[in-house]
Write a protein that binds this ligand. Sequence first.
Ligand code: F6R
Length: 364
Amino acid sequence: GKDGYRHYMEKELHEHPVVIGQTLQRLVDPATRRVVMPDLPFDLAAIPRVVLTACGSAFYAGMIGRYWIEQYARLPVDIDVASEMRYRNPPLAKDGLGLLISQSGETADTLAALRGMRAAGQHIVSVLNVEQSSMARESDAVLGTVAGPEISVASTKAFTAQLSVLACLTIALGRARGLITAQQEEGMVTALLDLPSKATEVFERHDEIRRMATIVADARDVLYLGRGAMFPVALEGALKLKEITYIHAEAYAAGEMKHGPISLIDSTVPVVATVPSGPLFEKTLSNLQEAKARGGRLLVFTDMAGAPRLREIAECVVAIPTVDEFVAPILQTIPVQILAYEVALLKGTDVDQPRNLAKSVTVE
Ligand code: F6R
């Protein structure tokens, strides 16, 4: 049941802290602060290249995985949505890693892409929530997300669980390639293990998120922005808003705004940006200043460290705990998803069963 929550989505949003913790429990040793991968039938150190695919939210989790794997493990990652990947027939590296991400393990396009990668000689690793699924049966290894059943059609907790797995895989790859020292690994694992308690603190920002929701609920179009690993967080926020509120939303890499979408901005198109402190903070801030100069209303997600500067320019600021740059996308996803839920409540839409959507897309 819904355990007293109004919708499954609300219940599942509140499960983020537990789900992140459970998922990490399988992949890290809290005593040594090391990642412990299950036995894999190939050598992680010998992987020359990664090819990654998924659909929808799982694809956005994969995009964050790409930023991590490239930055911390220095492995090239080719990524595309599965409906494109399955027909692209890209040249794949010999003994490369085919990485699939799916909550259900049954998505038709992702399964077809898996089969194509297998036929092309890739080692197949799937990040799956349903571990008894078609994709599980056809993979060399399954990395499980321990999110439990996800009933709401719009995915929420599966996303942070997928990111938790991808973060551990990144560390394992970086270590295998001699690029992450034991000391760095301890720091990264510590940051991951701190997430459940930090995620719980996000819910203390509920009133600010609800205030933001009142502005978004009145809009016909919304622009989401983010840079680096926050760009997929923006994509996830825009997708969730579209799915459950039927408000048109688009997400752009913040630096790409001036190449087109800036022409849309006026006081009727709110700009929702995810801008935690870190190396890309100043760059994103200047993009927001450009939006504000065109009359844009700025609604910003950040962390405690970034909040003072953003309060000078933004109409609404939601500041969540400041965490290590590596894990920030996991934490920043949570308020962005809550925003969509709060807007849906104001709109009175059918949150758990949005029109035209199915939980599992098993046909092409
Ligand atoms: C978004 C959503 C969909 C799924 C996509 C992939 O809220 O639910 O975009 O993420 O259909 O589904 P799985 O992960 O089952 O392959």
